[in-house]
Design a binder for this molecule. Structure first.
Ligand SMILES: Nc1ncnc2c1ncn2[C@@H]1O[C@H](COP(=O)(O)OP(=O)(O)OP(=O)(O)O)[C@@H](O)[C@H]1O
Ligand SMILES: [Mg+2]
Length: 229
């Protein structure tokens, strides 16, 4: 599902280049989950943005669902995100003026998919049935993040990306949201990449990768114990 080889990302501060991702190589199979950890500034969000075709690699090849992201036009990248990606953010990023139901069904509608049993089942499995007609402002943080998970799964994407999905939640909600995110992706057969600082969240993943100053300290086959270096 994900093939990354020789990925390099540099930034220029006017005078010099700084390598923020340095020759990354990893593969992740379909229906697998991986947690990516590492210190602040190690390049985790940059990597996620590149996997989402929101940013470009300077060198190397990045393939997702058989598509080479490097060579995509803006329009192709938009289409790729709309069809193949579900994204969960730390700040939930729900649409304030839409109900829970309209937030959840939005990506499916964008893709011209029918709305029905699948979406009602999502709502139920995430414990949101009684909140269906509420606005996000009337929900707790944990509830809002569960809506964001349902929205990310709404159009049955091939890949779900989550950047610190539990970063704004307390311990109980963090465990609950992680269990639902990893559990639902496994059940639906989706590939999942979660950036997290939390070893407890990372423990839900099939494999764990650690980034340090833009370099991977291990491969998915040498699963790290996620103790930050
Ligand atoms: N647009 C940019 N311009 C300049 N530097 C950038 C830019 N984006 C990221 N960086 C730098 O690249 C490095 C990696 O940033 P990134 O946001 O990927 O880290 P991170 O691992 O997600 O950190 P955190 O855990 O704090 O979210 C950092 O040193 C950051 O300052
Ligand atoms: Mg980050």
């Amino acid at each position: 599902m994900i093939e990354v080889s020789g990925l390099v990302k540099q930034i220029t501060d006017g005078y010099s280049h700084k390598c923020i991702l340095d020759k990354l190589d990893f593969h992740l199979g379909e229906q697998q989950s991986v947690a990516i950890g590492g210190d602040s500034g190690s390049g985790k969000s940059t990597l996620l943005h590149i996997l989402a075709a929101l940013d470009n690699a300077d060198k190397g090849v990045v393939k997702v669902a058989g598509l080479t992201l490097n060579s995509m036009s803006e329009t192709q990248a938009d289409q790729f995100r709309k069809k193949h990606l579900g994204i969960v953010f730390q700040q939930f990023n729900l649409i304030d003026c839409l109900s829970v139901w309209d937030n959840i069904t939005f990506p499916a509608r964008l893709n011209g998919l029918s709305i029905g049993t699948y979406h009602n089942d999502l709502l139920e499995q995430l414990g949101l049935s009684s909140h269906k007609h509420k606005l996000p402002v009337n929900l707790s943080g944990g509830e809002q993040q569960r809506v964001a998970i349902a929205r990310a799964l709404s159009h049955q994407p091939s890949l779900v990306l989550a950047d610190e999905p539990t970063g704004n939640l307390d311990d109980n909600n963090s465990q609950n949201v992680s269990e639902l995110l990893f559990g639902l992706c496994k059940k639906l057969g989706l590939t999942l990449v979660v950036v997290t600082h939390s070893p407890k969240v990372a423990a839900f993943a099939d494999t764990r990768l650690l980034l340090q100053q833009g370099r991977l300290l291990n491969t998915p086959n040498q699963t790290s114990n996620f103790v930050s270096a």
